[in-house]
Design a binder for this molecule. Structure first.
Ligand code: 5AD
Ligand code: SF4
Length: 484
């Protein structure tokens, strides 16, 4: 919405009951309050959003930034700002500890700036014990909300500005999806697109289903309309986001498969690249493999979390596939898309994991030869079934296994990356190189990073690049012709 349109909203009348109109009313109202404050202080008000965790959070933060921009706050890089918002993650316990640590630092900043507001949102806020702790020991926090009501951000800001006390709004779950709110993209040429929210899988170690609620799919119509709008605005790559994209659409009034959705997205003119994340192996259908095999736009990369290679542990994890089924799936995918890069997530030290179980994981790693993998030390999350399982593995054993796993993964990843050295690939130029002047960075379809000489005029373009040198996890390349 444009500023002029915001000015036409009558903020003296009552707030509309329907969304998103209600939120635009509060955006207009907050804008007025912020403008008044700016006049009073004789300077502009600034904000900083700090995002922890996954791509879903990154996308949520773009929406929060979009709202803050519309309200009239100005974005800055530093946390010495008038509004600091942490969008938190709680997948592993150490993420929580980091937030508590940084809150002390924010409190010091707030003592120096009486206008400063501190906000907390995201997955960690959905945990009752976190809220108790914040209410008791972190009274200086101004605004706390969860994952289900981020669309209400403007309304919550107005409540805070008008009341002057801690505002807390956490919902246990929701079946609501609010469309058409502002959002500020980090990149002009690529964007995340939520296709579904929540998760129904209840893997026994994972807190996500408790903090993100039950699965809800957006309608294909809304998704296609959003992507068409993004493309008209210069986007050429989308990342479809969901906790388990392979079960997309099952609960819609008119059910549709994820593969069916991809086919519709493929037909959008002007869109060049399609990525998606995350795929659960148990729901990855032959239909999807077929669509991936035929597609011109779906990138040659699949993130397929293994978690463990031991069928015994997979059962305790409630993953609903066996080691053999996973390997068969990998074969099928490689047959359909021979050049595909496979990446994965692996947890080390799940309760009851024996040396034999761990060897099974190493065996899968050796057979699949992943292009890269995220490896995690099992973290006990209170409230999940695994937290009360006996036989928690000792930290020493976990550390030793973790190091062995990492070495194995790095060896294969390095060898896989070498295979493309000397070839010519299409690269989407994404950034100016952080380290070197007159250099740029981009990504191959398989998600590998390439650094090459170039300038800002190439940002957002797909160019042909010779991968002159493989540096292990990335390439040094050379542009070989004009933008295509
Ligand atoms: N401990 C360690 N890793 C976990 N993950 C999820 N929950 C836990 C946990 N309790 C990992 C899984 C998942 C990734 C996003 O985080 O590997 O795929
Ligand atoms: Fe967590 Fe499993 Fe859902 Fe992924 S699929 S978010 S690991 S419960």
């Amino acid at each position: 919405m444009f500023d002029a349109e915001l000015e036409n909203i009558d903020i003296l009348s009552e707030a509309p009951a329907t969304e998103p109109e209600r939120q635009y009313y509060f955006i207009a109202k907050a804008k007025k309050l912020i403008t008044e404050k700016e006049k009073e202080l004789g300077r502009s008000l600034t904000f900083c959003v700090n995002t922890f965790g996954c791509q879903m959070n990154a996308r949520d933060s773009e929406k929060l930034v979009g709202i803050l921009n519309q309200i009239g706050y100005h974005e800055v890089e530093t946390e010495e700002a008038d509004f600091v918002l942490y969008n938190t993650c709680t997948v592993r316990e150490n993420a929580n500890q980091r937030v508590y640590g940084r809150l002390g630092f924010l409190n010091n900043l707030k003592r120096k700036n009486s206008n400063m507001l501190i906000g907390l949102c995201g997955c960690m806020m959905q945990e009752p014990k976190v809220i108790e702790k914040l209410k008791k020991s972190y009274r200086f926090v101004d605004l706390i909300f969860g994952t289900h009501n981020i669309y209400k951000f403007a309304e919550l800001i107005v409540t805070r500005l008008e009341s002057n006390r801690m505002v807390l709004d956490i919902w246990e779950d929701t079946d609501k999806i609010v469309e058409d709110l502002p959002s500020q993209r980090k990149y002009s040429f690529k964007s995340g697109v939520n296709i579904m929210f929540g998760c129904n899988n209840f893997c026994s170690y994972c807190i996500v289903p408790y903090v993100r609620g039950r699965e809800r799919s957006r309608s294909p119509k809304d998704i296609i309309a959003e992507i068409k709008k993004l493309v008209a605005d210069g986007v050429i790559e989308v990342m479809l986001l969901g906790q388990n994209v392979n079960s997309y659409g099952k609960n819609l009034e008119n059910p549709i498969s994820f593969a069916g959705l991809l086919e519709q997205i493929e037909n959008i003119d002007g869109l060049e690249r399609i990525r998606f994340m995350t795929s659960h192996p148990k729901d990855l259908s032959d239909e999807l493999i077929d669509v991936m095999g035929k597609s011109q736009k779906i990138c040659a990369h699949l993130h397929l979390p293994l978690q463990s290679g031991s069928t015994n542990i997979l059962k305790k994890m409630n993953r609903k596939y066996t080691k053999e089924q996973y390997l068969v799936l990998v074969d099928k995918i490689r047959k359909a898309v021979p050049n595909i890069a496979l990446t994965t997530d692996i947890i080390v030290g799940f309760p009851g994991e024996t040396e034999e179980d761990f060897e099974e994981t190493l065996d899968v790693v050796r057979r699949v030869k992943y292009d890269s993998a995220f490896t995690f030390i099992y973290s006990k999350r209170t409230g999940t079934p695994a937290a009360v399982m006996e036989e928690q593995v000792s930290p020493e054993i976990i550390k030793e296994r973790f190091d062995r796993l990492l070495k194995e993964i790095q060896d294969y990843a390095g060898k896989k990356a070498m295979e493309l050295e000397g070839t010519v690939q299409e690269v989407l130029v994404e950034e100016l190189d952080q380290q070197k002047e007159h250099w740029i960075s981009g990504r191959l379809s398989n998600n590998s990073v390439v650094h090459l000489e170039g300038d800002a005029s190439m940002l957002g373009k797909i160019i042909k690049v010779e991968l002159s040198e493989c540096k292990g996890f990335y390439y040094i390349g050379k542009k070989i012709d004009k933008a295509i």
